[in-house]
Structures are given as structure tokens and as C-alpha cells.
Design a protein around this ligand. Sequence first.
Ligand SMILES: NC(=O)c1ccc[n+]([C@@H]2O[C@H](COP(=O)([O-])OP(=O)(O)OC[C@H]3O[C@@H](n4cnc5c(N)ncnc54)[C@H](O)[C@@H]3O)[C@@H](O)[C@H]2O)c1
Length: 288
Amino acid sequence: MNISIIGSGYIGKSLGKYYFSNGFNVTFFDISKEILQELERDGYPICSNFDEAIIKSDVIFLTLPTPTINQKISLDAFDDTLTKLLNLNLDGKLIIIKSTITPGTTDDFIKKISEKNSCINKKFGVIYNPEFITEIASSWNKSGEEIDFCKESRVVIGESENKEWGDFFIKNLVLQKKTPVIRTNYSEAEMIKYVSNVMLATKISFWNEIYLLTEKLNLSFEDIAKGVSLDSRIGEYGTVTGKAFGGKCLPKDIEAFITFANSYQKMSIVENAKKVNDFMKNSFGVRE
Ligand SMILES: NC(=O)c1ccc[n+]([C@@H]2O[C@H](COP(=O)([O-])OP(=O)(O)OC[C@H]3O[C@@H](n4cnc5c(N)ncnc54)[C@H](O)[C@@H]3O)[C@@H](O)[C@H]2O)c1
């Protein structure tokens, strides 16, 4: 099976190396020449021509960046890719979106791509399969053999009413057969990814406030956190406190989520989680 990775940054590289080390024909594409040169030096197949990469693929992973700009998700990389895809025949191909995107984005993407006559026949599949690994938890060595995809807690598949492509994905591309699989529509799968990140961010901010309180009372935060987190309903995530959460995902995703959600429903808990984090950042710095 021929796989192309469109956007060979952190997630694209880990994903591509994972499938490569499991015997798939993987081709990396990126707009950055440096990234492609590095992958080529390390012995991975690359293609610097977008059309060629797509034409020879059965499966196309979109691992494109979705930064938050002016408090809103930016889909520029998606729009750019969409424009290029519109000129190609996608018949028989499966597009798998991995990036973190606000609910409704995959539906819009499909609508735009299907409206154009240039996508002859339109017998191609699109699924949304969010990525849950994090930069901190994940690792891979230079040969691409050891990475964390096999440790995913669940595989989420956002799909249309036609389940054939999801079935194909599970059969051929979910290599860890025991991982629980959740199948939903596109927007629900997109929401699962955001709610996961927002929940993690909220837990960190909650514990950071408790940390500030215990400092003032001269109590041992570690002992209190241990005593609380042994309750399996609560768990220990977020009890490493004292600094703001950083990294590439939580800060950008919490901000984009607030803007997205607030036009439907005010997210007061999440907004306050962000406020606490801003305070921690200004007072104590960021844990990357
Ligand atoms: N990094 C993480 O830990 C993590 C975890 C889960 C989900 N995600 C999500 O996955 C997505 C990708 O994140 P990442 O950390 O890999 O980003 P990244 O910035 O490391 O990589 C993105 C890559 O895409 C390339 N690119 C940009 N525009 C392009 C275009 N138009 N065509 C082709 N390539 C293009 C960039 O050059 C870059 O190499 C984001 O939506 C992110 O939120 C990231």
C-alpha cells in the first residue's frame, strides 16, 4: 500500500516512520526543503512534487499545521492543500486528516472538494482520525523503529454514513488490534480531540491553583496531590504543578477552542483554566 504524508513535521514524521518501519511504502511531502532533505539523508523516501506524491498514493495523510492566530484556528495549510487537490483525480484514494481541527472543518473540506468537477467521479474517501500522542510522550529513534503510536489509548474515527473507508482503515492501518476504536461523525471526532486537550489543560490549571493555595498555607502539595490522585476517578494527571502548561498543542488548542465554542455556548470553566495558566506563565514560567 502506498502512503503519502502531507506535512512532515512532528506528527507527519512520527506517523510516516511508524508505517515505514511496518513495511508500508511511505513517501514524505512537505513545503520545507530542509525537512525533506533531512528525511532523505536518514533514508526515507521523499517527493518534493505534491501532484506526484498524491498520484502514486492509495492513502494520503494530512498532518498539516493548525496554528492559532489572533485567538482563532488558522486553516491556511489546509486551504493551500485543498486547492492543489482539486486539480487531481482522487478516485480510489483515502484521505486521512490527522490535524487538530475545529468541528465542521472536515465537512467543509469535503463539501469544497466535492463541488469541483475536477475531482472526477468523486469516489474517494475522507476520514478524520485525530492524533493523541504528544511531543513529550512520544519518541522515535533515527531508524524510525521505536515510536509511541502503538501505545495510543484509543483510535477515533470520524466518518460519513458510508462506513467502507473506516472499515478499510481499521483493517489495514490500525496495526494495534486491541486498541479500542470509537466511530463517530466528523464533527464529533473533531470535538473529541479538542475536549481531550481542553480537559487536560483544565486539570493542570486546577492543580496549579491548589498548588498556589498550599504554598500560602505552608502545606505539602505533593502529599495532598498523592492523597487525592490515588482516587481512580481523579487520577494524577496535572499534579506536576508550579508552572504553566506549554508545548505546541495545549496553549494553541485551548485558545482556538474558546473562540470556536463561545459563539455557541460560553465556556467559563475553560476560560478560567486559560486565565490561571496565563497567571502561572507570567509568575512562574512555562513547562514545555
Ligand atoms: N505536536 C504534537 O504533539 C501534536 C499532537 C497531536 C496533534 N497535533 C496536531 O497535528 C497537526 C500537525 O502538528 P505538528 O506538531 O506535526 O506540526 P509541525 O509544525 O511540526 O509540522 C507541520 C509541517 O507541515 C508543513 N507544512 C506547512 N504548510 C504546508 C503545506 N501547505 N503543505 C505541506 N506541508 C506543509 C510544515 O513545513 C511542517 O513541516 C496540528 O494540527 C497539531 O495540532 C500535534
